[in-house]
Design a protein around this ligand. Sequence first.
Ligand code: GLU
Length: 306
Amino acid sequence: MMEIILNEAVDVGRSVLKDGSVATYIPELAKADPSALAVAYCGLDGRVCSAGDTGTKVTVQSISKIASLGLALEIRGEEALFSRVGAEPSADPFNSIMRLEMRAPHRPQNPLINSGAILILSLLPFNDSSERLDAVLETMRRMSGNEGLRVNEAVAASEKETSDRNRSLGYFLRSVGAMEGDVENILDSYFRQCAIECVVEDLAVMGATLADGGVNPLTGRRIFTERNALILRALMMTCGLYDGSGDFAVRVGFPSKSGVGGGIMGSVAGRAGVAVAGPALDERGNSIGGIRVLEELSKTLSLRVL
Ligand code: GLU
């Protein structure tokens, strides 16, 4: 039954793929297949069901910001983090520098835009970039229950080569005293966490872990406290699709986080993780077919939390 529903949703999603295009600002992402589209559902009983082009691999990109934020919340605590970064939605694109400069004390608006995510990494207690990356990767492995998750080195290198904007954000944050540490070292772990590769089922289990109050329903392991899982879902609801978050809340209506690789990880508290992978993006950098699939499933399965 669930398989039929998922298959139908993918068919609906395919109809809008022609209006999207793959990300090209990171050259390696331009190689993705714009016609690929897959969906997965993971209930809190740990059962995973998927449909569409389920072999499609995507790099998590901004979805990784949930893992690094979750890890930072666990290590540093809510108060320490939110004294350094805001928790308010931003109407600007994900890599915008404008608002950061305009308002003192120059705090990133939220941890899910690039400036916020880079700052969060600087607050983790690691000086070595590979130790920092390993901690984020391990968090993502525990969230997904997939020990095989790893970095796509070609994408990581491509990100690093074309990273002028992210480098600007990092150096700007340090120049105004908002961030401390070695910017290049922090950025290295940022590029590599964005380049962690997964399939749609991994994203669905990650969403289910957040939906289950921080416990991975596959492994039974607690990854985040209930409070931290709630904070992550709340930020996904308000900031998870960048400047498309309001529109997404109307159309889909449950907490989700997108990435320019084409993945979207959704989380319906007490019910399920729902995820899509479809590299063709809309003008805001969100999977165009993926949003259409989630909109359809939200209706069919009554997943809306609003
Ligand atoms: N690695 C991407 C960047 O920093 C992530 C952005 C995204 O997924 O929205 O530009």
